[in-house]
Design a protein around this ligand. Structure first.
Ligand code: ADP
Ligand code: ADP
Length: 224
């Protein structure tokens, strides 16, 4: 159940061609989208997250048309934007519970079990009573992953997640991503080569809105 992107283009009103005929086949597992600042990564991520529409092209998640069936995609989408803002006065436990309600997990017992599992998975269980305003950048990003994973999304989009993290937090965050299920599509957008080479099974390089290369970094390394 992968993601198919065909000839997707996007030109902004200021004339910038942010995506130029992008075609990609993204299988389940960890997929890295690598490129420098301004390459078009966020534009592609926001397009996949149904936050903006392409000028042309097709995007399919399995048999869901991502461009025209927005509601269906959103039901099975987890999106961690570049800077995940949190309400600082809520505790991790409270805010995750709140997002779970918004996701439609209305059964209290199920919600309790779901949020407990996610707080443990993201290594925040011991911190669950603390206010989010006091969280470090890495803790906020891990909390963002917990929110993004509510409802077991088939597509998880993670946009430049390690940008503001110190080295120790970065490793902890990447380890967390690497443990996510092989059944869903996880797309990690980054300008850091190591983010991709360390944990993605497939990758593409994007520059000036165009795909320059598709590769399998782990296999490439293993075959050396
Ligand atoms: P990134 O780090 O992904 O390149 P930016 O910091 O460039 O993101 O952009 C931050 C926000 O500003 C985004 O929401 C983006 O859509 C918007 N933005 C970026 N470049 C422009 C631009 N040239 N004109 C208008 N909005 C822009
Ligand atoms: P990346 O995430 O790889 O840094 P972006 O997708 O943010 O790249 O940006 C790609 C190009 O599109 C850049 O030149 C950026 O300035 C421009 N851009 C991004 N968002 C907007 C926007 N909302 N309006 C106009 N230009 C934008």
């Amino acid at each position: 159940m992968g993601l198919t992107i065909r000839n997707v283009s996007k030109k902004y009103a200021n004339g910038v061609q942010a995506l130029n005929n992008v075609t990609l086949d993204i299988p389940p597992g960890m997929y890295g989208l690598l490129g420098p600042n301004g390459a078009g990564k966020s534009t592609l991520m926001r397009t996949l997250a149904t936050l903006q529409e392409p000028d042309g092209g097709q995007i399919f998640l399995g048999d869901i048309d991502v461009v025209s069936q927005k509601e269906a995609v959103r039901q099975t989408l987890g999106y961690l934007p570049q800077e995940f803002g949190v309400y600082p006065k809520a505790s991790a436990e409270e805010l995750l519970d709140y997002f779970a309600v918004l996701k439609g997990i209305t059964n209290r017992a199920l919600r309790k079990a779901t949020t407990e599992a996610l707080l443990k998975q993201t290594n925040l269980w011991d911190k669950r009573k603390q206010k989010l305003g006091g969280f470090s950048g890495g803790m906020k990003q891990r909390f963002g992953v917990a929110v993004a994973l509510l409802g077991n999304p088939r597509l998880l989009i993670v946009d430049e997640p390690t940008a503001g993290l110190d080295p120790a937090e970065r490793v902890r965050f990447l380890n967390l991503l690497s443990e996510l299920g092989e059944n869903s599509v996880v797309i990690l957008s980054t300008h850091i080569v190591e983010d991709v080479s360390e944990l993605c099974t497939n990758m593409a390089i994007i520059n000036r809105g165009q795909i320059l290369l598709e590769a399998q970094p782990l296999e490439a390394v293993a075959s050396l």
